[in-house]
Design a protein around this ligand. Structure first.
Ligand code: NAD
Length: 455
């Protein structure tokens, strides 16, 4: 009999559902089904594959509210965020439904014949998803993989499998053949690990912690298996004295406290030009205190709970009686894994709060002296995923954008990820890029064919 594990609502601490914890044998059987399905799926015509992706996008739209409500119960996301997330996976499927007919090769001039390239699908792709954005991250992996002609096995996070399971059902309703997209619930060390070690899984897409990502990459290297890694972050929000300080201060809480700080792109370091630090902190305080931490079902709520009791304990461990807490919001009474929005001042540039990913609503402020210092400080991290730059000087905005070692930057905003632009990290934040027009390259191999005209 298949073992079950409980899924807990982090705002109520009540069991929301019990889901199967699949075994190694179950995983192998699913990979074998995916391999069999690949034999026919790869030959489905581009137009028909596109039509199926479009149909799933329509179904995801029709079920937007249901999926959003499910995510509120499973992940404790605010209902506003959850609606956006359900909309994101819908839009990602709509976007990549345009891809099958546009997967163009090249014709390269050669003597004595014709040289053409094909983008061949890889086979079975394994997608491993974390708990912080269960629906968007699922979509970023599976939609381009399917569009390119691969079949997919998905491992959602143990804490947040419910929306992925529902998306898997909707895919069958949309008409995807059995075995083309399978959602396998269970442990990372069992199901996820098998994607890495199984020779019939041709590629792994992993989003999660840098620690597990390194382990996944090591395993893939043993089989020379391609891998995309989307890992942690410690992104800088760099605020210059010449910026619109009021606007920068009003936006800073959203840049780090959204999704309770459980965001790989969270701007969890505020780098502020020293001469305006006091003025900035005065402007920041009311913005932080206005962040409403409450029942995630309310549309007035800005921030919900953390994902689990264990994660709450980990986040809380970063702030103790020696920490210089500048500002701290409030949380509701009663059950739930709550942690208040918290702003701290770095004790030094070596402070662990400037280097380790908290993955919670804690932001660390540190002053800088000039542009060169700001860039050096922004880069004084192992990570390089995201970041923001606030200035009215266009030249400086470009210089600093080019200077910061990070994959995704925004100027005078904390722009979120756009599915039609590339996303990924420098340094220990990852390997490869997702989303945007070139995502199918990560799910195909280029084949070069020469045809002699000398007959
Ligand atoms: P995690 O690394 O613990 O788990 C991620 C996934 O990997 C889960 O599904 C887990 O079950 C699975 N897993 C665990 N052990 C495994 C193994 N041995 N083999 C294969 N799979 C295994 O991460 P998490 O706590 O779920 O997520 C938080 C982390 O994810 C943070 O560090 C965050 O920055 C990162 N993240 C990065 C991005 C990005 O795009 N760069 C996006 C979201 C989250």
């Amino acid at each position: 009999m298949t073992a079950l594990h409980d899924v807990i609502n982090p705002a109520t601490e009540l069991v929301e559902a019990s889901v199967p914890s699949l075994s190694l044998e179950d995983t192998d059987a699913a990979i074998a089904r995916a391999r069999r399905a690949y034999a026919t799926w790869r030959h489905v015509s581009p137009g028909d594959r596109a039509r199926l992706l479009r149909r799933l996008s329509v179904l995801l739209d029709e079920h937007n509210e249901e999926l959003a409500q499910l995510e509120v119960r499973n992940a404790g996301h605010t209902i506003g965020n959850a609606r956006w997330e359900a909309g994101n996976i819908r839009d990602v499927f709509a976007y990549y439904s345009g891809a099958p007919e546009r997967l163009l090769g090249q014709q390269i001039p050669v003597a004595g014949g014709v040289n053409i390239t094909f983008h061949e699908p890889l086979g079975v792709v394994g997608v491993i998803v974390p708990w912080n954005f269960p629906m968007p991250i699922l979509g970023w992996g599976i939609a381009p993989a399917l569009a390119a002609g691969n079949t997919v096995v998905v491992k959602p996070a143990e804490l947040t499998p419910l929306t992925a399971m529902r998306v898997g059902e909707l895919a069958l309703d949309a008409g995807f053949p059995e075995g083309v997209l399978q959602v396998l619930t269970g442990k990372g060390s069992v199901v996820g690990e098998r994607f890495v070690t199984h020779p019939d899984v041709a590629k792994v897409v992993f989003t999660g912690s840098t620690e597990v990502g390194v382990h996944v990459a090591e395993g893939c290297a043993r089989q020379v298996k391609p891998v995309t890694l989307e890992l942690g972050g410690k992104s800088a929000n760099v605020i210059f004295a010449d910026s619109d300080l009021a606007k920068a201060a009003a936006a800073a809480p959203g840049g780090v406290f959204d999704n309770s700080g459980q965001d790989c792109c969270a701007r969890s370091r505020i780098l502020i030009e020293r001469k305006v630090m006091d003025e900035f902190l005065e402007l920041l305080e009311p913005a932080v205190m206005a962040v409403r931490v409450d029942n995630p079902n309310l549309t007035t709520t800005d921030m919900g709970p953390l994902i689990s009791a264990g994660h709450l304990e980990r986040v809380a461990s970063f702030v103790d009686e020696t920490t210089n807490v500048l500002m701290r919001g409030t949380v509701p009474d009663g059950p739930g894994y709550w942690y208040p929005p918290t702003v701290v001042l770095a004790s030094s540039r070596a402070d662990r709060l400037l280097h380790e990913e908290v993955f919670g609503p804690v932001v660390t402020v540190v002053p800088f002296d000039d542009e060169a210092d700001a860039i050096a400080l922004a880069n004084a991290t192992d990570f390089g995923l995201s970041g923001s730059i606030w200035t009215r000087d266009v030249g400086r905005a470009l210089r600093v954008s080019r200077g910061i070692e990070s994959g995704n930057l925004s100027v005078n905003s904390h722009s979120s990820v756009r599915y039609w632009t590339p996303f990924g990290g420098f340094k220990k934040s990852g390997l490869g890029r997702e989303l945007g027009p070139n995502a199918l390259e990560a799910f195909t191999e280029v084949k070069n064919v020469f045809i002699s005209t000398d007959t």
